[in-house]
Design a protein around this ligand. Sequence first.
Ligand code: NAD
Length: 485
Amino acid sequence: MITKGLEVVSQNYIAGEWRSIQGEGQAVFNPSNTLEKIGEMYLSTAEDVLEAVAAAHAGFMIWKKKSGSEKSSYLYKMADALEQESEEVATLASKEMGKPIGEMLGEVMRGVNLLRFYAAEGVRPTGEVIPSTDADVLQYTKRVPLGVVGIITPWNFPVAIPIWKIAPALICGNSVVWKPAEHGVLTATFLMKVFEKANLPKGVLNLVIGKGSVVGQTLLEEAEIHAISFTGSTATGKNVASACAKRNIKYQTEMGGKNAAIVLNDANLEKTVPIILSGAFRSAGQKCTATSRIIVEKGIYPKFIAAVQEAMSAITVQEALNNQAYLGPVASKAQFDTVSEYTQLARKEGEIIAEGPLKTNQKGYYIQPLVVGGVSAKHRLVQEEIFGPVATVLQVDDVEEAIELCNDSLYGLSASIFTNNINKAMQFIDNVEVGMVRVNQETSGVEYQAPFGGMKWSSSHTREQGQAALDFYSQVKTCAIKHQF
Ligand code: NAD
């Protein structure tokens, strides 16, 4: 049973069947109201993972023989099913990890669009003809699948991230074993229930719920898989990369960020401030692309601070299912504890420039958003990924210093500049060390049809989404046929 009354119970989906997970369940509570139980999480063993991988091998043998348009039609069915149940999926996900319902609905629709985008890839070219030096030889390339792909996902985009991995993996002809994050297991179970309606052949798409140290580790070290696509923290990503490198299996790791927004003297503050605050505080700052450093040119600094202080009164913290919520709680007790350490550090060693109001009486993992100044560029608040609603402000003399500070980070995921000076915008685009460069836009919100990924410690230098994802989920065969022989 996936639902027990109004509660959802985590289950595995292996070889086209639902499997109850043995052992003791753990209650899952709503981070917006920690008195409300929303379901139970059961955790799998290493044996469950191996069973799912065996099923995926059987599924791969069937799936790899399907034509591109046949695979397309399954992905279109998955998209239609998700669109039909978008409100149910968004409501559950919102209750499970605290993202405001409006944003969560947007995330689900991104998932629908991603499924349709990759469905269309089923009828697009999968290679190119390369002229041979021999007139009697036809030389061409073709993409072929990798085999069984392990997909390990975080909790912060519990719908869109799994889909932006599963959809390109499937359209390229791979079968999948998906391990979602512990704080997204109910959403994952429900999402699989939705995808079941597409009637994929047995074993093509499998779900295994469990801990990273058990299910994730077994996938990395023991299971007979051909590739891993991982999104999560840089610390875990480093382990994923070294485990895969030892086995020589293909991997991609999309990891943390410490994204900067630069505000130059000529920026239009009326437009800039709401965009920066949205980048910093939507989803309670729990986006890998969230704005967490704001670098401001000194000529506009006083006016910028005044505008931020005024705007922060509208950045209210409320229950995730309240339509008025600008941000909800952070996702879990663990998140609450980690982010609270940083807010305490900010209050002790920094200067609080502005704070958004808390507007709820519920008991939940609420953290008031903070804009912090008075710290150096080397301070922990400026260098470490906080992954919560805290943004630090730094003042600089000119665009050169701004770019230098922007690049003074282990991470290189996303960065923005706010200016109408095309020369300075181009100087930023040319010199900034990030994968996603934005002018007069949020650091987050990159569109699904464009490549997504970072430089430095934000990524394994691969890219997701758009057509770039097809490069990861396939390998290229170069074929040469001598036809006059
Ligand atoms: P996390 O690294 O703790 O967990 C990510 C996934 O890895 C989870 O499914 C977890 O169970 C699994 N895992 C943990 N230990 C493992 C192990 N030893 N072996 C295999 N798998 C293991 O990250 P999180 O807290 O879930 O997510 C937040 C992080 O994700 C942040 O750092 C954020 O920046 C990053 N993130 C990056 C992107 C991106 O595209 N670059 C997108 C979203 C989130």
